[in-house]
Design a protein around this ligand. Structure first.
Ligand code: HEC
Length: 156
């Protein structure tokens, strides 16, 4: 038979060290959470999670595109202001057509859609094109997200 000690006879509450430890854990947790909420801790950001879904009206949102451009590190190749580098073309003039010789045919055949098709890179239209090291983003980004990127690039 087990003899239970009545609760009221147990010595009072948590020992001081346990209370101290609990307070400390909440403090650490709070600082950690605050750092994540303010975006200071990108290592823990879930890709795409911080980017709002396209607003219901179906218009691609350049602000969403800007966030996606930052998240997908387009600037790592295309330069800090997307103005191009020695090795990579500028993205600032895409409204006037591609800089790259390689993309002239694609743009001639798809004057409106070529930028989205090129960024996607998984579609039949871009099959056989030399990507020059640029990733095909169609596997990671939805067509809506790519349209938002194009809207942003066209606004530059
Ligand atoms: C690893 C390097 C790299 C990354 C990252 C990259 N690109 Fe590119 N991009 C290239 C290269 C190289 C070309 C030129 C390909 C060619 O000449 O055929 C290019 C070409 C382009 C073009 C056509 C430019 C023109 O006028 O000819 C667009 C638009 C473009 N990239 C958009 C993007 C976007 C948007 C992102 C991010 C989502 C991105 N790129 C990320 C390397 C990169």
């Amino acid at each position: 038979m087990t003899v239970h000690t009545p609760i009221e006879t147990r010595s009072g509450g948590l020992p001081p060290w346990a209370i101290g430890l609990t307070v400390l854990l909440f403090l650490i947790g709070g600082v950690y959470l605050a750092a994540n909420l303010t975006g200071d801790n990108p290592a823990f950001a879930i890709p795409g999670a911080s980017v709002a879904a396209p607003s219901g009206d179906g218009e691609p949102d350049p602000a969403v595109g800007e966030a996606l451009v930052a998240q997908n590190q387009c600037a790592a190749c295309h330069g800090a202001d997307l103005g191009g580098t020695d090795a990579f073309p500028s993205l600032l003039g895409i409204a006037d057509g591609p800089v790259s010789e390689n993309l002239q045919d694609l743009a001639a055949e798809h004057p409106d859609a070529w930028v989205a098709l090129w960024i996607d890179g998984t579609v039949p239209e871009t099959e056989g094109l030399d990507r020059g090291g640029m990733p095909a983003f169609g596997g990671d980004l939805s067509p809506e997200q790519i349209d938002a990127i194009v809207a942003y690039l066209r606004s530059l």
